[in-house]
Design a binder for this molecule. Structure first.
Ligand code: AMP
Ligand code: ZN
Length: 139
């Protein structure tokens, strides 16, 4: 399944170039053209889906091993001080391309990436109430 206006579908179709790192039956990995740090790259599913909510579980299952392969290479090649896997769902989560993808996001100490949030002690009653809501939605 492809979407005509989707930039990642265009990359998959060969209509837009990419620095391809890895490919298998279900996934493709390439360099992010707006890297936060050197080595920032993306794993996408070959099938178009908007994000986590509508992706095929079999495609999702293929993404993590692909991410491991690429992350190991990033680790070996660049020796960053850390690597985050980041995956955004919806605009408030920072999603800008609406085709499922996972960022391999190399980190350096004190790089000030805004995804670092402080640890504030939680209100356990609120945590438990939220937990129950999510659990009920899984039933
Ligand atoms: P997100 O904001 O999580 O949706 O991430 C989308 C990512 O795709 C951004 O980091 C962009 O820099 C990246 N991106 C957008 N267009 C391209 C492209 N043509 N080739 C490589 N990366 C891209
Ligand atoms: Zn797409």
């Amino acid at each position: 399944m492809t979407e005509p206006d989707c930039i990642f579908c265009k990359i998959l179709a060969g209509e837009v170039p990419c620095f391809k790192l890895y490919e298998d039956d279900r996934t493709l990995a390439f360099m992010d053209i707006n890297p936060f740090n050197d080595g920032h790259c993306l794993i996408i599913t070959k099938a178009h889906s908007t994000n986590l909510f509508d992706a095929d579980p079999a495609d999702l299952a293929a993404v993590l091993p692909a991410a491991q392969t690429v992350a190991r290479a990033v680790e070996a090649a660049l020796e960053p001080e850390g690597i985050n896997l980041i995956q955004a769902n919806g605009p408030a989560a920072g999603q800008t391309v609406f085709h499922y993808h996972v960022h391999i996001f190399p980190r350096q100490l004190n790089d000030m990436a805004l995804l670092n949030w402080g640890h504030r002690p939680g209100d356990m009653a609120r945590v438990e109430a939220t937990y129950k809501k999510i659990l009920a939605a899984m039933a």
